[in-house]
Design a protein around this ligand. Structure first.
Ligand code: ATR
Length: 284
């Protein structure tokens, strides 16, 4: 019988995960299906019961369920528990364990794009939502010496800063808001990586979250959004090395595949499937 996996989201039909994960199972010769499951937020509990009853061995969780899913799990990997964000579930005969591979995805994507480990220097996060939480906590656990969190809502930046201090006391953490340009440029000054983790840039006419002028010329800039935003282009014009969120999508998926199968993920086949799915979407 085929092994069964899925991605839960609402909406989810736009998800590129089925193409990428199916390619991974096929490349490894595993008889499996990976499906997109649309699950409305108020139906999440029912959806999970159905996945369990139908014998799904694992699933990904995407917007808007990354936090909501935590109520239904038997166990959560510590950084994901602290972040309150889960994107991967393993079903061990009804015992559900949750993980987040989003931080691993950022780590690998930044390493691939910039040729160095992101945790070897200070990292600045612009944004303190679910994605920033997962990534910052992961990079803290991986040994990042200093993390800067800047967010429009300062209380959320503070909350994340406190979570990092609790999980990884050796990591120095600074946080603040978007108002004071002098403060922002001083705290970002020694960051070798700056991560744009707000949702600003999804729409064409979105403003930049902070002025690109405040990002150091020699910083690498990672845009979590899956396209080259105006913020990213302006940072590139300043001399920064830049990359968009495509690599993070690939590597978080590779991380999920490794958790489910215990196998080394076939990253190049997954990358090719992802690129083909993006092209198909653009031409359809
Ligand atoms: P994700 O899972 O993508 O991280 P999220 O948890 O909804 O999504 O977080 C969205 C992030 O974008 C937050 O940092 C949010 O800032 P607030 O915490 O202040 O809401 C940020 N964001 C969204 N819209 C914004 C805006 N108009 N200006 C500044 N920041 C914004």
């Amino acid at each position: 019988m085929k092994r069964k996996y899925a991605v839960l989201g609402w909406p989810v039909q736009h998800s590129l995960s089925p193409a990428m994960q199916q390619a991974a199972f096929d490349a490894c010769g595993i008889e499996a299906v990976y499906e997109a499951w649309p699950v409305a937020p108020e139906k999440l509990g029912e959806g999970i019961e159905k996945l369990k009853a139908d014998g799904y061995e694992g699933w990904n969780v995407t917007v808007p369920h990354k936090h909501g899913i935590t109520d239904y799990l038997s166990e959560i990997d510590p950084p994901a528990a602290v972040a309150g964000s889960v994107n991967t579930v393993i079903n061990h005969d009804g015992y559900l364990k949750g993980y987040s591979t989003d931080g691993y995805g950022l780590e690998k994507a930044a390493e691939e794009a910039f040729g160095r480990k992101p945790q070897d220097g200070a990292v600045g996060f612009i944004g303190a939502g679910g994605a920033a939480n997962a990534a910052a906590l992961h990079l803290a656990v991986q040994g990042t010496p200093r993390i800067v969190i800047l967010n429009r809502t300062v209380a959320k930046a503070q909350h994340l800063a406190e979570a990092i201090r609790k999980l990884e006391p050796s990591c120095e953490v600074v946080y603040g808001g978007f108002e004071d340009d002098a403060f922002i440029s001083s705290v970002l000054a020694d960051c070798s990586l700056v991560v744009q983790a707000t949702s600003l840039g999804l729409k064409e006419d979105d403003p930049a979250p902070v002025s690109p002028e405040l990002v150091p010329h020699d910083a690498d800039v990672y845009e979590m959004i899956y396209k080259r935003t105006a913020f990213l282009e302006k940072c590139r014009a300043r001399g920064c090395r830049t990359t968009d969120g495509a690599g993070m999508l690939l590597h978080q998926g590779a991380g999920s595949f490794r958790l489910w199968t215990g196998l080394e993920p076939p990253v190049e086949q997954m990358r090719a499937a992802l690129q083909a799915a993006v092209q198909k979407r653009q031409t359809s």
